[in-house]
Design a protein around this ligand. Sequence first.
Ligand code: TRP
Length: 449
Amino acid sequence: MSAPREQFSSKAGFIMAAAGSAVGLGNIWGFPTQTATNGGGAFVLVYFILAFMLAYPALMAELIIGRHARANVFTALRGIATGPFTRKLGSLIGGYGVIVASFILSFYAIIAGWMLAFMVEPVALMLGFPSVAEWLTTFSLERNIITAALFMGLTMAIIASGIENGIEKWSSRLMPMLLSLLLALIIYVLNQDGAMEGLRVYLSPDLSRINPPLILDALGQAFFSLSLGVGTMLIYGSYLSREESLPKLGAWVTLVDCGIAFIAGLLIIPAIYVAQAHGTQVFTEAGDLIAGPDLIFQVLPSLFNSMGSIGPVVGLTFFVLMSVAAVTSSISMLEVPVSLVSEETRASRPQATLIIGALIFCASTVTLLNFDVMFGLIIDITTVYSQPLLGLGLCVFAGWIWHRDNLLKEIQAGHPDIADSWFWKIWPTYVRFFCPLLILAAFGQSLVG
Ligand code: TRP
């Protein structure tokens, strides 16, 4: 009855999709603002070290488990469990991951909806609808609900089309577009007054700024940026063929993610200083950067407004960029619950997409109705606490619970001579001890802090 399980059609298709998931608002907005609030270059340095030393090994755990189990995170963890207790543990971690992925999407859709609104605003202005433009950029319940609904609809349309025709096709189209837009904007901004000061802050690390809170921020940012813990990368791994070498693909995804974050910093940090040179207030009285939504939705638009006639075009380009980055990420979040429901029930993929998309949109609406209380709370519960804990659970599964022979066999598939590589010698022990301990240490710190 069931059709053969879908797969990514090629290595490049997988890299586009997985990098598309990883590269999102976390890279273009989160990373540069975290860098700016944490004193510039020092954060960049710590971030890259942690991304390769901790996030990459955790990413590998997800990809390896996913490709072996060929299933969603819930079914996969139950499948590799070795007894009744670990099976329960698998259900718990997997089920929790699916819920967290859904809640991450519920707030991500709200933010991405704002990006859509700011993207349409310059168009409304150019067409001579100033009141529409005003409505689009003014915070209101109606605007928030309508734009979040639009964004969810877009995400659902892609996910309903499946792996090759949905996720892979759209990621492969949108990712190159994202990079071109980013480069075009950088060239423009770097030629403005004030940009060089921003570049200096970004690129010269002041090592004395490295402290435990900075390390924690960098760790959380790395886990969010690589979409870890909730089974996103696990399900993408499950659509990969056995012919591919997982350690290499994982390294590519990590490199692209870090590379785009770095490039986004080349745009945003100089842009902050250009805005300052134009007279926009970008630092508070206390000398802290205006971070959070205000940076993107006030500082940058005021920079675009000061550019004269080219301003609307630059603004439009920037928010197209943000929307594109957001959609290739949101599809990967929706894929987590949709894959569970379409694999474990009789619902077809489009049906599962419709039901789950509607439920997640309800969660977004409830959040919007109680915005002041719920918005920040949901972001913290899901990304600051749940993601690292789930990452820990996945490392424990890969390192301690899963039969070692199966683990090693899966790593070898697609990479026959891997036994000579450093990955083979280090990684299996590394996920067992180092990853859980480091996550635990960082987590303990954040609880104390
Ligand atoms: N990594 C994406 C970003 O940087 C967001 C994302 C996609 C994500 N899938 C995820 C975050 C799963 C956490 C979990 O914006």
